[in-house]
Design a protein around this ligand. Structure first.
Ligand SMILES: NC(=O)c1ccc[n+]([C@@H]2O[C@H](COP(=O)([O-])OP(=O)(O)OC[C@H]3O[C@@H](n4cnc5c(N)ncnc54)[C@H](OP(=O)(O)O)[C@@H]3O)[C@@H](O)[C@H]2O)c1
Length: 268
């Protein structure tokens, strides 16, 4: 299936690890021009080298996307170095989990800064430029955005209330902006992963293991056994759906939120 992604400029926030890195690999294999962003130069260098050894090239940029002006800077840098952005994949998030009784207003604010704004800042900057290119006739091919959000925005969990609230807000922003920007042909969709085998989940598994007084392998097996499909997702499975949503094969899909939790949440 030709996804039509060859030579498309794809900016992937959080592209140095986990789901974002899997997306970087998947888009690069399709022949897209990929730029990855994250905070830690060591993570960026590791991802760059890993992909280079697979024969893939990405542009890398360091930024902390919780800073309001960082998005404008990286979008400008990537536009100059690689080209105007056709696809934005938002996957830079790091919401902490809190005991509900430790949840004060500062924890809610910190969580919005860790998960909500690092998606909103690049999205708004990229949308502004995508719409401008269509309005001025500079391009006739509208861009597209895929937000990697999380099932925690649909189902409240005691230890993920602040992160879940950020996810719920991101879902609302996704469908609302998709509704508005459809007039320019710009499509915005989201994926809601359930537990996916990245470092983030490894940490959550360790925490669960110490809570239950078991080892990590047992905690992982117990967690996976609760999933109807019998296992957690692999990052590359999330990346495959992001590829499809960003491709011309999904040209009439916008405002969709795709659950990828192995059937855990029977919710319409
Ligand atoms: N894995 C799961 O089970 C799961 C489930 C549901 C939803 N999600 C969501 O999916 C997204 C990706 O998760 P993941 O598991 O792939 O996480 P991960 O392995 O921890 O990767 C997160 C990536 O984001 C970057 N990052 C974090 N905060 C950033 C910031 N403020 N500015 C720039 N870069 C930042 C990290 O690199 P640096 O540390 O170098 O900045 C890293 O590249 C997250 O939003 C997460 O909430 C994940």
């Amino acid at each position: 299936m030709d996804l039509g992604l060859k030579d498309k400029v794809v900016l992937i926030t959080g592209g140095s690890k986990g789901i974002g890195l899997a997306c970087a690999r998947a888009f690069a294999i399709e022949g897209a021009k990929v730029a990855i962003v994250s905070r830690d130069p060591a993570n960026l260098a590791r991802a760059y080298e890993e992909l280079r050894q697979e024969g893939l090239h990405v542009h890398r940029t360091r930024a902390d996307l919780h800073e309001p002006h960082s998005a404008a800077d990286i979008v400008e840098e990537v536009t100059t170095a690689v080209g105007p952005i056709d696809v934005l994949i938002n996957s830079a998030g790091a919401a902490r989990r809190y005991d509900p009784e430790a949840l004060d207003a500062d924890a809610f604010r910190a969580t919005m800064e860790a998960k909500y704004f690092p998606y909103i800042y690049p999205q708004q900057e990229v949308l502004r430029r995508m719409a401008e290119r269509i309005k001025t006739g500079e391009s006739t091919e509208p861009g597209t955005i895929v937000n990697i959000i999380g099932m925690g925005g649909k189902i409240a969990s005691d230890i993920h209330i602040a992160g879940g609230a950020a996810n719920a807000a991101l879902m609302l922003a996704t469908v609302g902006l998709a509704h508005y920007y459809a007039r320019y042909g710009i499509r915005i969709n989201a994926i809601n992963p359930g537990s996916t085998l990245t470092e983030r989940v490894e940490e959550a598994v360790k925490l669960e293991a110490s809570r239950q007084g078991i080892d990590s392998a047992d905690a992982l097996a117990r967690g996976q056994a609760k999933v109807p499909l019998g296992r957690y997702a692999k990052p590359e499975e999330i990346a495959d759906v992001a590829l499809f949503l960003a491709s011309r094969r999904a040209s009439y899909v916008t405002g969709a939120i795709v659950p990828m939790d192995g059937g855990s949440t029977p919710l319409i």
